[in-house]
Design a protein around this ligand. Structure first.
Ligand code: ADP
Length: 397
């Protein structure tokens, strides 16, 4: 039996999960949030008990040290030797990393060198990795990249129609995101429909706060809606998704904004939040849909963009066998799934509303036996995927 830590470090947070392998049982989980602010928030869930406290967490390095100390002090583990491997989610893997990788000094330097592709994430992740390497010498550390699943995209799908040199010189291309989620969900969906993934034309809709879709062909990512950064694609909680690039320059001039300010607006004040003026959270919008015009239009646009991408990807895949919903909205919101599927009648998609309503955070086939496309809900589990990668690459028994 081994215990693997799966680490997900964001710009100001560090989330973790301790997973027993090979049983895949979650022993404990938690997070340190508001890193670098005056007061950090530390949450832990272990043995069915939830604790929460506030304390300053100046850096990601401090977050790692606090986590390790807490694991022993609260007897979640007896000593560090019980931790047999650590896996780290890394946002940007560029064109360097096509799969998860055992971390050594060279890999760590490469992760740092990719910081310009994910300025808020890669440096924080690298700092977390360094702290673990110092605290747990000899324990295998594995980097699991959000982008690597999409390294199979053909050039026709990853190149933008801009001067080719920009790709060669600066790596200006589509990298995509949510790759670990897609890898887990696509494999699991194939198991659930009992067919080899390689034989399926599949679209996965990852509908969370960040939203993207992925077209999977021959068991590999063929196209994906996020782009050079996670700003592209469909309407999200606070991100705009696709817009005309000229509009960015136009608004910068009208509002006298810097590039940074405009980028921030597109990332944090747009999407469902910007359209509705109410919230980025789908639950809030669903509650107001019938009484508030802007909540309604925000939701209509959200559904419409998803339907557009499903249509485009079905064309690129030359058909569709399996449609999978995952992440916060995809796993929990039957009305959204229902509305998307009702717009897919031309594909002979038919869902059973009772099965659809029954699926709340659970694995479930929701299409009728007559439906030409199998429609499933598969809760994503990126941490489990990370733990599996650690076991495999670290050759952990
Ligand atoms: P993130 O991209 O931050 O990981 P999530 O996958 O947690 O986001 O999805 C958040 C979205 O899912 C929000 O719009 C929220 O309204 C929606 N949602 C609906 N039901 C739930 C639920 N039971 N738990 C979490 N999120 C939910």
């Amino acid at each position: 039996m081994s215990k693997i830590l799966a680490i997900n470090a964001g710009s100001s947070s560090l989330k973790w999960r301790l997973i027993e392998m090979p049983t895949e049982k979650v022993i404990a989980k938690g997070s340190a949030e508001r890193i670098g602010q005056k007061l950090g928030k530390i949450k832990v869930v272990a043995n069915g008990e939830k604790t929460e406290r506030e304390s300053p967490v100046p850096t990601h390095h401090d977050a790692v040290e606090m986590l390790l100390k807490m694991l022993t002090e609260s007897k979640i583990i007896n000593d560090f030797s019980e931790i047999t491997g650590v896996g780290h989610r890394v946002v940007a893997g560029g064109e360097i990393f096509h799969q998860s990788t055992l971390i050594d000094e060279r890999v760590l330097t490469q992760i740092e060198s990719l910081a310009e592709y994910a300025p808020l994430h890669n440096p924080a992740e690298a700092e977390g990795i360094r702290a673990f390497m110092a605290a747990l010498p000899g324990v295998p550390e594995v980097a699991v990249f959000d982008t690597s699943f999409h390294q199979t995209l053909p050039a026709v799908n990853y190149l933008y129609s801009i001067p080719y040199d920009y790709y060669k010189q600066f790596g200006a291309r589509k990298y995509g995101a949510h790759g670990t989620s897609y890898r887990y969900v696509s494999q699991r969906a194939a198991e659930l429909v009992d067919q080899p993934l390689a034989d399926l034309k599949m679209i996965v809709a990852h509908l969370g706060n960040g939203v993207s879709l992925d077209a999977i062909k021959d068991g590999q990512s063929y196209n994906t809606s996020m782009g050079f950064t996670p700003l592209a694609g469909v309407t999200m909680g606070t991100r705009s998704g696709d817009i005309d690039a000229s509009l960015v320059a136009f608004l910068e001039e009208k509002l006298d904004l810097s590039v940074e300010q405009m980028t921030d607006i597109l990332n944090t004040k747009s999407g469902l939040l910007g359209l509705s003026g109410i919230s980025s959270d789908m639950r809030d919008l669903l509650a107001k849909e019938t009484t508030n015009e802007r909540a309604k239009i925000a939701m209509d646009i959200f559904i419409d963009r998803i339907v557009q991408y499903i249509g485009a990807y079905t064309a690129q895949l030359n058909g569709l066998d399996t449609l999978v919903f995952t992440a916060g909205i995809g796993e929990n919101e039957a009305p959204i799934r229902s509305r998307v599927c009702r717009s897919l009648g031309y594909l002979d998609v038919e869902i059973d509303e009772n099965l659809n309503k029954a699926a709340r955070g659970t694995e479930q086939l929701i299409s009728t036996p007559q439906s030409k496309v199998k429609v499933l809900v598969v809760p994503t589990d990126e941490e489990l995927m990370i733990a599996r990668d650690v076991v495999e690459l670290g050759k952990i028994k």
